[in-house]
Design a protein around this ligand. Sequence first.
Ligand code: NI
Length: 172
Amino acid sequence: MITKSSHDDALYAHFVTFSCYRNRNLLDHDQAKRVVLGVLDSQRLIQSARILGFVMMPNHVHALIWFPQTGQLSQFMKQWKQRTSKIIRRDVMPMLPAYQKQIEDGSAFWQRKYHAFQVWSDEKLIEKLNYMHLNPVRAGFVDRATDWRWSSARHYEWNRTVGIPIEWCPTG
Ligand code: NI
């Protein structure tokens, strides 16, 4: 069962979604997606999290994340978003003038909030993974989920590496 809640007081996977400021396609550039993935991996290590899956779209990101302790999600999301924004502004944007123009001076990179749902069962985890992996298909970018480089679909279909380790989590 999935329930929407801001509580983080039991062990379960979190299905998180966050978007670029004003839904702009700020992740259109692969260099930016690479930064988002790299920070996800480093924050995973810092907080001993497990990443069950992810997809990066041009204007938003979904991920399924599990922690061995409660109360970890808000710190994780804060760090993931802040560090990503900082690195992209510092290292990626200056190399791409057209990209830099997409963000006015002082404007945010990410929408301030993120959405999180608790996922309690394997059945719902699989449902959420499928939903995530089909994002680029629904958007018309690719024919099959595995054609999209920026998701965990290839891990589940072909056991390929997808840039970060993908792990399962204990469920109730
Ligand atoms: Ni989506």
